[in-house]
Design a protein around this ligand. Sequence first.
Ligand SMILES: [Zn+2]
Length: 163
Amino acid sequence: MVKVNIMCPSCRRRYSVEVPNAAGVSSVSCPFCSAPYSVTIQQTVKQKKAPVSGPAAVALKVKRCEVVSGVAWLLIGIVQLFMVYTAAAGVWNVINAIVALRNCKNITPGNPHVVPYFEGRKVWLIVMAVVNLILGGVVGVLLVLFDWHVRDFVLRNRSAFEG
Ligand SMILES: [Zn+2]
């Protein structure tokens, strides 16, 4: 259905109606004076993409973000491993990335363990930020911010995982 705003040709009052979202003519009548009106839809109106909704969509989004973040951490970690100064942070980042990627498969709608997992990450993310800040890796700090955002998204949509 698509909403159409109409000005009644008879009583000149404005009203809106919902007509099928398909090319064609629909007959409607004015709610005030019941004068008939023909609404012509030239072509199917493209609907705006619905915002993220539904447990499955939320879980999928979180999962994708986790994969992106995990792979990025892995790459940063590997690069850091080759630089003596940052090698310690590298080991740390690689291990964490592998753990996070392994956990991705558990991000499913209705899984009650997901929210506590992300909730418990707060301290963890702060530690990650500090480690990366001290041992080199501005990109690492940016990634922490990204992970923080993902965590925030999970907590805002916690109902998707709590059934
Ligand atoms: Zn009217």
